[in-house]
Design a protein around this ligand. Structure first.
Ligand SMILES: C[S@@+](CC[C@H](N)C(=O)[O-])C[C@H]1O[C@@H](n2cnc3c(N)ncnc32)[C@H](O)[C@@H]1O
Length: 295
């Protein structure tokens, strides 16, 4: 061991160990998560369950996951199950995640602009808002440059906690450093003394945030030209995934496009969508019309 490391007291760097969970407690939590969101807790993520629930357990003065499960089941605290689900869903996101996707978004919407209609985009599983805000920034700057209309952006998530943060438009220094170009930070955010960055209202107002469960709620109406459902269905069980694809298809206009996450595909998952022949990672509805290719 390096001498520098030997001098650091181990307690100073070791985080408190989360309490061990019984298999029964994990099974109840897994069933709750799947029933509420369609997501499964895969085995390699079960250690994460302890860690992510620790702050909530401390807040409620519960020492073990078994005590937490008992508190959920006895119904004495009606908000507890929702808080547990909020803590368990993976809300990982960042500004301009997979940057090439934003070129595809602009190119696809440009074909709609030519029809003279204002385009509509749905960000599904928008988490804490970085994805719809990145879209809004891309189109607001395009509007300033060439006068094209800013599309209507609807952003939904199952997690009220994530949506509350998205609506507040408040981000830490760490969050804005992940993917947000400095010119966007300067143009669209106001810095605060406590190192939080607040989105300017004139950008935030382009996005309608709504709570919606992709596997059990109807989609927002009106027909979307583009639907982004990135990294939402990764841990969905087979049956909720089928329902989710049906909801996505029902929400899209016949010429609408669907964008999934970098590690996701429709191949072998659903017969409602196929890859758009124009490439760019866009999917289109099989019973729809081909998404127009950019000129
Ligand atoms: C990993 S984040 C992805 C965020 C963003 N789409 C991205 O790619 O950066 C997944 C999001 O999907 C949401 N989610 C999970 N299950 C959902 C469901 N059944 N309905 C709606 N949203 C869901 C989670 O709450 C979380 O915010």
């Amino acid at each position: 061991m390096a001498s520098g490391l030997r001098s650091v007291p181990s307690k100073a760097i070791a985080p408190p160990a989360p309490p061990m969970a019984s298999i029964q407690a994990l099974n109840v939590l897994a069933a709750l998560l799947e029933a509420r969101t369609g997501q499964q807790i895969v085995r390699h993520r079960s250690t994460r369950v302890d860690t992510v629930l620790l702050p909530l357990m401390r807040e409620r003065r519960l020492d073990t996951l078994d005590q937490l499960v008992i508190a959920i089941l006895d119904g004495s605290d009606p908000s507890l199950a929702g808080r547990v689900v909020d803590a368990l869903v993976n809300c990982e996101t960042s500004f301009f995640r997979d940057p090439h996707v934003f070129d595809t978004i602009v190119e696809t919407i440009a074909t709609v602009e030519k029809t003279g209609r204002r385009a509509r985009i749905w960000s599904v599983g928008c988490s804490t808002g970085q994805e719809p805000l990145s879209i809004a920034m891309a189109f607001a700057e395009r509007h300033e440059r060439i006068g094209t209309p800013i599309p209507e952006i609807v952003a939904t998530d199952v997690s009220e906690a994530a949506l509350a943060r998205a609506r507040a438009g408040s981000y830490t220094q760490f969050e804005v450093q992940r993917g947000l170009p400095i010119r966007h930070l300067v143009r669209w955010f106001e810095g605060r003394a406590d190192n939080e960055w607040i989105v300017r209202p004139e950008l935030l107002r382009h996005i309608a945030f709504r709570q919606m469960n992709l596997v059990s709620d109807p989609p927002p109406g009106g027909g979307f030209d583009l639907v982004l459902c990135r990294n939402v269905m990764l841990y969905f069980a087979a049956e909720p995934k089928q329902r989710a694809f049906q909801t996505l298809a029902a929400a899209m206009r016949p010429t609408g496009g669907l964008i999934l996450g970098a590690g996701e595909t429709v191949i072998g998952q659903t017969d409602l969508f196929r890859l758009n022949p124009g490439g760019r990672g866009l999917y289109e509805k099989i019973d729809g019309d081909t998404v127009p290719r950019p000129a």
